[in-house]
Design a protein. Structure first.
Length: 299
């Protein structure tokens, strides 16, 4: 039962156990991760093109995506607003001018273009493309190894995580409410509960959740998970400035796992440098949970 879980966790653990303190190595890991995400999403698009009854499956992808995103995000936001009201986050920061949110959104949508490019190539039915799914499995193992190296290179220690109570508490609220949302999505869509929980476990990390879910549940569920988590990041970019003044924890929690990388500049500009430690701890915890939970619910 747990063989698939171990296959996914082993490269992650090996990567985390290796020292990755040199700045040049961290830069190389980050660069390779960016390229591997594009490669695997390209393979995911190819696999999608080889589905039987393609038109019906595309409708299913967007149906699963919209329902799961609505359930998960609504549960997250309701729980975070309740947490904000019970545990208000005192601060004195005045919001700064923000970088172009449209530009950041377009950067996220570039990954959609990679999936579409793979899909269009796959429609050619060129014989070698049939091996795309097998190639993506090996690429996935390498990507998880790199993720382990990146988490180790972030320099976060258990002491730092425990000491930053706000980041840890917001991460726990996001985690628990996402699980409730995943269960509701599974019931609404008529999917197994474990599938709904796995879809909720990406926490906005679309480049990883789409890949892992495709390997475990096939291109339809994998693509739905990808668009579900991509939608979360796009909403975070747009809503952070509106939420940050009165609902600071909600703004952080909406970012999910991306609060330690992609959405961190928006959080910092909107919420000041004091939000950065909580954002890094929050993103680190959810980034660590995401592959473990997806693997667990997929086993």
């Amino acid at each position: 039962m747990y063989s698939g879980l171990m296959i996914i966790l082993l490269p992650l653990i090996v990567g985390y156990l290796l020292p990755a303190k040199h700045l040049s190595l961290q830069r190389l890991v980050n660069k390779l991760l960016s390229w591997m995400v594009y490669v695997i999403l390209f393979f995911m698009g190819i696999s999608l093109a080889f589905l039987d009854d393609l038109g019906r499956n595309l409708l299913a992808i967007f149906h699963y995506c919209l329902v799961s995103a609505a359930c998960i995000l609504l549960c997250n936001l309701l729980a975070l607003r309740l947490f904000d009201s019970r545990q208000p986050w005192r601060h004195s920061h005045r919001q700064e001018a923000l970088p172009s949110r449209l530009h950041m959104a377009l950067e996220s949508l570039t990954l959609c273009g990679v999936v579409v490019a793979g899909f269009l190539l796959g429609l050619s039915r060129w014989a070698p493309l049939k091996f795309a799914s097998q190639a993506s499995e090996y690429a996935l193992l390498f990507l998880l190894f790199l993720v382990g190296l990146q988490l180790r290179g972030s320099g976060m220690t258990l002491r730092q995580i425990v000491l930053n109570r706000r980041g840890m508490m917001v991460a726990m609220v996001v985690f628990l409410s996402a699980m409730v949302g995943g269960l509701l999505a599974a019931l609404a869509l008529g999917l197994p509960l474990k599938t709904g929980l796995a879809m909720a476990s990406g926490f906005g990390w679309y480049s990883l959740s789409g890949i892992l879910m495709t390997e475990s549940f096939g291109p339809v569920i994998g693509s739905a998970a990808f668009f579900n988590d991509l939608l979360r990041e796009l909403l975070a970019i747009m809503l952070i400035p509106a939420l940050i003044a009165r609902h600071r924890s909600s703004a952080l929690g909406l970012c999910g796992a991306t609060s330690m990388d992609f959405t961190l500049p928006v959080l910092q500009r909107s919420g000041g440098t004091e939000i950065v430690p909580a954002a890094i701890v929050h993103g680190f915890i959810l980034s660590l949970f995401a592959p473990i939970l997806i693997a667990l619910f997929s086993s």
